[in-house]
Ligand binder design. Structure first.
Ligand SMILES: Cc1cc2nc3c(=O)[nH]c(=O)nc-3n(C[C@H](O)[C@H](O)[C@H](O)COP(=O)(O)OP(=O)(O)OC[C@H]3O[C@@H](n4cnc5c(N)ncnc54)[C@H](O)[C@@H]3O)c2cc1C
Length: 402
């Protein structure tokens, strides 16, 4: 195994050869009035720009794959580099110094579906899907929620029925992030009438197959990053079933724990919406930096953000040591949704009417998408109430209500 310094020197030379280095002052620095003032809780790109960006993202992943950097901590037999997670984290930090297409469009693919495949798929499936996902040839989405099954996911009603060696899937999924970009979807379906939790099976469905229809859902932020997905007898070959028949609940739990981990780790640092620098400039430019109430609220908000960041670092350290996320990962996600709500309230108080009047003034009206998007954080990856139940029962060991 190469020393970390040696590995990073080679990686830096590779990045240098193919990508422009960002000037030091451009990296993560926030300057009021410069560049775009877009601030968002969730990625909600303009559909045309999103479609334009996709080939660049795929080309970046292919280049990473060919150079051995696409899955640094992955097992060698599936195309990974077999190096520790700390090498991967160091490489990711290094890429921030260069102008490279980000992996944000691949959060579900690489942060949730690929780890699920690694844990639950058979050998042939791992060899078929994992290289394709990490190389960016395939993009995956998560087809779990249904109109009548969100928090109570075990009530899923989409059905998969056997047809020879294949399965035919019929049902409706909802809130599917990125389904419009996806090539495959991890879907949980009912494969028998009961009992609950043992009647579900997971599959990888081809999103381009006949019988799969994706329809965008527009949110109150104006974006349309989610979709409804209708399945009408969509055919799934038998070798696209993940794990055994009746094991869908276990497969879903793996994906959900990775989802909470991915959500809990997002949005901090740099010039993101939780950056202290950005918020401080906002307060200054709104002209209320000397208001004692604003100063107190600002202090409280920044304290909460810092505490959440330290808690995340503890869990990230565990992840680097190879421990899969446990139920306590829900704490990170709860902290983040509470912080998002606190941030939205703080910004609304600081900006007042400037928040809702689109006067063209830089860095003011743009915050509406955060104020309107923040409540979504309470739901995605499991609602706050459901996560609190989970912490009570599975972390603290409190009795379940009878
Ligand atoms: C940003 C975002 C991205 C998402 N992406 C995806 C995706 O890619 N794929 C996917 O499958 N789904 C996705 N979802 C859906 C998400 O998983 C669901 O919204 C979530 O599970 C809640 O389900 P629901 O919306 O049906 O609410 P419901 O389950 O109807 O809940 C409504 C309210 O009742 C409360 N409640 C329900 N049960 C209990 C209980 N037992 N105790 C206490 N309170 C309870 C909830 O906390 C909530 O406040 C996404 C959602 C969001 C907001």
């Amino acid at each position: 195994m190469p020393e970390l310094t040696e590995f990073l020197a080679a990686a830096e030379a590779w990045l240098e050869a193919g990508y422009s280095r960002l000037a030091t002052e451009e990296r993560g620095r926030f300057r009021w009035g410069e560049g775009s003032d877009e601030v968002r809780v969730f990625q909600e790109p303009d559909p045309v720009e999103e479609a334009d960006a996709l080939p660049r993202i795929r080309a970046w992943r292919a280049a990473l794959w060919d150079a051995g950097y696409a899955w640094i901590s992955g097992p060698k037999e599936y195309g990974g580099a077999g190096l520790p997670k700390s090498y991967e984290a160091a490489f990711n930090r290094l890429t921030r110094k260069f102008e490279v297409p980000g992996d944000a469009a691949l959060t579900v693919s690489l942060g949730m579906i690929a780890p699920t495949i690694l844990r639950h798929a058979d050998e042939g499936q791992k060899r078929r899907y994992l290289p394709a996902l990490y190389r960016g040839d395939l993009i995956a989405c998560q087809l779990f929620s249904e109109p009548g099954a969100g928090s109570d996911l075990a009530s899923i009603e989409s059905k998969a029925t056997p047809d020879g060696d294949d399965w035919l899937i019929t049902g409706q999924k909802v809130w599917t992030s990125g389904a419009h970009l996806a090539d495959i979807g991890e879907i949980i379906c009912q494969t028998s009438p009961g009992p609950r939790h043992h009647n579900l099976t997971a599959f990888l469905v081809d999103m381009h197959a006949p019988g799969v229809m994706v329809r965008p859902l527009r949110q109150m932020t104006g974006g349309a990053a989610f979709n409804e997905v209708f399945l009408d007898g969509a055919r799934v070959p038998g070798d696209a079933r993940l794990d055994a028949v009746g094991e869908g609940w276990r497969v879903a739990l793996t994906t959900l724990s990775h989802e909470r981990s991915a959500m809990g780790h997002s949005s901090f640092g740099g010039a993101g919406i939780l950056s202290t620098e950005r918020l401080m400039e906002l307060v200054r430019h709104a002209g209320n930096a000397h208001d004692p109430v604003v100063r107190r609220n600002f202090g409280e908000l920044i304290t909460q953000l810092r505490v959440a960041r330290y808690a995340q670092e503890v869990m990230a350290e565990r992840a680097r040591a190879g421990q899969p996320p446990g139920p306590e990962i829900a704490l990170n996600k709860l902290a983040l949704s509470a912080n998002m709500a606190a941030l939205a309230g703080f910004v609304a108080g600081v900006l007042g009417p400037k928040l809702i009047a689109d006067t063209g003034e830089w860095g003011t009206y743009a915050w509406t998408s955060v104020v309107l998007g923040a409540p979504g954080y309470r739901l995605g990856g499991g609602s706050d109430e459901v996560l609190k139940n989970m912490i009570a029962e599975r972390v603290l060991g409190l009795p379940r209500p009878s």
